[in-house]
Design a protein around this ligand. Structure first.
Ligand SMILES: *[C@@H]1O[C@H](CO)[C@@H](O)[C@H](O)[C@H]1NC(C)=O
Ligand SMILES: *[C@@H]1O[C@H](CO)[C@@H](O)[C@H](O)[C@H]1NC(C)=O
Ligand SMILES: *[C@@H]1O[C@H](CO)[C@@H](O)[C@H](O)[C@H]1NC(C)=O
Length: 786
């Protein structure tokens, strides 16, 4: 204060001189007793005068702020002077008083200007002030604040305002501070509730004093929300991956959007955007939670992914859009599908292996492993699957087929995918094998043998052959026809003997047969199918003509004439049992039918002779004498010899025999003289006998050798003559073999020897019946001669 007052005092002096009137300036708030001015000097008065004049201060106001020190003639501060109290805002502020002197009365006017000192700080009425400003407020908006108050004047009063921080607002200082009661706060930059809900600022008022004083007020700006924020999704793309069997009603994912606004401005609802509405049968969105829910049946095979557009909208209508990618993953829910592209049905059994039967396409709607398909035939069939290119398969034959074994195949093709669990599909193709004429007809029997009675009537059935063809009977391959291969029998074509029904194989005779001419013959039958080319089979039918007793025995020896009968002689006085002769008869029939019995028909002389039934040896039963016959000379005995065969009915031949008694004569050759006048007959017989004997010996020897060799080979041992191939025991020929058990009996000799010859003749020279018969005679004769 003192430092200030000095210059002021100097100033006062200048003023005083100039006017002759005393003016002082003192700052307010001087301490009591502070010097205001020296009136002695300034008024040119003497101190004594002051005393004498009883100088005193006269104030019109009651209060005396300034006192007079009479002793020194100085003016002093008597009371605290508060300029603001004294003058308030009036400036300059002066105290006016008079110094009054008496004796003589003198009046001196004193002006004391009270100088302002900055003793007041600016003061706001309120400590704090709050504003609620919408964030939508435009910049430039003004908000008034009661200005601060500073009782000081001049520079010491409020000079400026400052707002801190001043991000959004500035203060505008009024042009005339005194004039206005308000300070304007101006919005400079738009507010954003979302970045700052509250702005706390301090407005400071500065005065111009030195030291400067300030006053502050807190300004609290609360930013009110405006719907200035759209909802914002947390992601621009949401991604999810779900299996195609995702259960209906489950949530795939949750989208979420935030809205920085508050209240209803920040309430977000979710929906699909227009473009995704068609998918709403599959997906739904929960409008409040943002859950995307599966609503239908997903199918990877129909769509592998879905793109949904979701919208988040606040109540104010602002919205945001986001994408949702939903990827569907495959699960093995599809079985493979087998489609037949081509199918050659039927296929010929002659098809070579690797013939393509069917082309298949196999697909599986699943993908990845679930869609990889393997194809095979589970059964063990002569077919295989070949893969020509991915998903394409051909069914080919693996082996040669045979319709006769399997005429139809059910081929089950299985396609299985590699998923787990895997799915499989079966496709069954029924393949028919078509016939090819690959089988020859086959006769039901390996050989046929027929027995036919001789003397048959033409047209009698011989037998029926039957063949079977394995080929299909649907077409021509098994349509059979029978025929007889052209051969000849005894020089005539076989067709003149037998006839075959081409359709059923029945064989008939064309003529009557004669066992004695031909006892066996063969028919070559051919069966032929109608295939192309045709297949044939041949078979031989052996026909055996069965003998009938149709030939009477024939007496061969001794020769006799039909007219005279058989003439025989006995020597005179031949003893009882004398062998007169031996009759030899043959029967062209065979077997039993050729089994002959000799007998003497009852008659006058029949008792005198006996004939051996089997051998035909004729012997006497009594002594025959010339003289005993009652004077008869050259007596002759007549009887009839009957030769009967064993046939049914039996046939017989009879010859009348005349036996004469030789006269006593020395001729010894009578025994063998049959017809004495025919010498040639005797030589013939002798010749025959010799030849026969040779023949028989040779044949017997041969036969024995052959039999021996056979028996040794067969080691059968027991019997000699059976196991001849081609002749079975049940055949009638064997009857002729039976007697060979007892080779020593005379009768069986006959049969035994006869048969091999017959057989050999049969086989070699069947047609030459006469030779055969002759030989039989020889043999018979030779045997008989034994
Ligand atoms: C093939 O299948 C059909 C129909 O199931 C059946 O009638 C036929 O007998 C079968 N064939 C074979 C050879 O299994
Ligand atoms: C296909 O056939 C096989 C063998 O016969 C059988 O095991 C399988 O179950 C069948 N699959 C289907 C789908 O019928
Ligand atoms: C059947 O016989 C005929 C004539 O001899 C012959 O041509 C044919 O080849 C024979 N067929 C068979 C299958 O033996």
């Amino acid at each position: 204060m003192k430092e200030i007052s000095v210059p002021l005092v100097l100033c006062v002096f200048v003023m005083t001189v100039a006017r002759g009137q005393v003016r002082y300036s003192v700052p307010e708030e001087m301490t009591k007793g502070s010097l205001v001015g020296n009136i002695v000097q300034d008024l040119g008065l003497d101190v004594k005068r002051l005393k004498s004049g009883r100088a005193r201060i006269f104030t019109e106001d009651s209060r005396e702020y300034i006192g007079l020190n009479v002793d020194k003639g100085t003016l002093l501060v008597k009371e605290r002077i508060d300029r603001e109290e004294l003058c308030a805002q009036v400036s300059p502020c002066s105290l006016h008083f008079q110094i009054i002197l008496e004796n003589p009365m003198e009046l001196h006017r004193i002006d004391v200007e009270i100088l302002d000192i900055n003793d007041h700080a600016p003061v706001f009425m309120k400590k704090e002030i709050a504003f609620q400003i919408s964030e939508s407020a435009l910049s430039g908006a003004r908000y008034s604040i009661d200005s601060a108050n500073d009782p000081d004047v001049g520079l010491n009063s409020i000079q400026t305002y400052k707002l801190t921080p001043s991000d959004h607002f500035t203060v505008k200082i009024p042009a005339h501070l005194d004039d206005t009661k308000y300070v304007e706060m101006i919005l400079q930059k738009p507010l954003d509730r979302e970045t700052g809900e509250e702005h706390k600022m301090i407005l400071t008022a500065f005065d111009g004093g030195n030291p400067q004083k300030t006053g502050t007020i807190k300004i609290n700006v609360i930013v009110l929300d405006a719907n200035d924020n759209a909802p914002v999704f947390s992601h621009s793309i949401y991604k999810a991956s779900i299996p195609e069997n995702f259960p209906k009603g489950s949530s795939v994912l949750r989208v979420s959007a935030t809205d920085k606004d508050v209240g209803s401005n920040g309430d977000v609802t979710y929906s699909f955007s227009q473009s995704s509405e068609r998918l709403s049968i599959l997906f739904q969105i929960d409008s409040s939670s943002g859950d995307i829910i599966v609503n239908g049946q997903l199918d990877f095979e129909k769509s592998k992914k879905y793109e949904l557009y979701v919208e988040a909208t606040d109540k104010g209508g602002l919205s945001d859009t986001s994408k949702v990618h939903i990827e569907i993953t495959d699960i093995n829910d599809n079985a493979p599908i087998i489609s037949v592209i081509s199918f050659s049905n039927p296929v010929a059994e002659s098809s070579a292996p690797s013939t393509v039967i069917a082309m298949l396409n196999v697909k599986d709607l699943d993908s990845g492993k679930n869609g990889i398909v393997r194809c095979y035939i589970a059964q063990n069939l002569p077919f295989k699957i070949k893969s020509s290119s991915p998903n394409f398969y051909s069914l080919v034959t693996d082996e040669l087929l045979d319709r006769e074994k399997v005429s139809e195949y059910n081929i089950t093709i299985t396609a299985i995918d590699e998923g787990s669990p895997s799915f499989s599909t079966n496709k069954t193709l029924t393949l028919k094998i078509s016939d090819v004429n690959d089988n020859a007809p086959v006769f039901q029997r390996q050989s046929y043998t027929a027995y036919l009675m001789e003397n048959n009537s033409p047209g009698v059935s011989v037998l029926s052959v039957k063949a079977h063809d394995k080929d299909s009977d649907v077409g021509d391959n098994a349509r059979l026809s029978y025929s007889i291969l052209p051969t000849t029998i005894h020089g005539s074509p076989i067709s003149s003997y037998v006839y075959i029904n081409p359709d059923n194989g029945n064989i008939f005779t064309m003529r009557s047969l004669d066992y004695e001419q031909m006892n066996t013959f063969k028919i070559e039958v051919q069966v032929r199918d109608a295939g192309a080319p045709p297949q044939t089979s041949n078979i031989t039918v052996h026909v055996f003509v069965v003998d009938q007793n149709d030939n009477p025995p024939v007496i061969l020896y001794p020769t006799y004439s039909e007219d005279a009968g058989l003439q025989l002689t006995v020597p005179h006085g031949a003893p009882v049992g004398h062998r007169v002769n031996k009759l030899v008869a043959v029967d062209p029939d065979s077997g039993h039918n050729a089994w002959l019995f000799y007998s003497i028909a009852p008659g006058d002389d029949s008792s005198l002779f006996h004939i051996e039934p089997h051998t035909g040896e004729l012997r006497t039963t009594q002594k025959l004498m010339d003289d005993e016959q009652g004077g008869k000379t050259h007596p002759a005995y007549n009887f009839i010899v009957v030769v009967r065969d064993n046939g049914q009915p039996a046939l017989s031949t009879s010859v009348s025999v005349t036996v004469t008694i030789e006269e006593k004569s020395p001729d010894k050759s009578t025994d063998f003289r049959i017809t004495p006048h025919k010498g040639t007959g005797v030589t013939d017989v002798t010749l025959y006998l010799i030849i026969s004997l040779g023949c028989v010996t040779l044949v017997s020897l041969l036969t024995m050798t052959v039999l021996l060799v056979r028996c040794i080979r067969h080691k059968g041992g027991s019997t000699c003559c059976y196991s001849r191939t081609g002749f079975r025991p049940q055949e009638p020929h064997t009857r002729t073999y039976r007697p060979c058990y007892s080779t020593l009996s005379s009768r069986s000799d006959f049969v035994f020897v006869k048969t091999p010859i017959l057989r050999s003749l049969d086989e070699k020279k069947l047609q030459n019946n006469s030779i055969y018969l002759k030989c039989r005679y020889f043999v018979t004769l030779s045997l008989w001669s034994f």
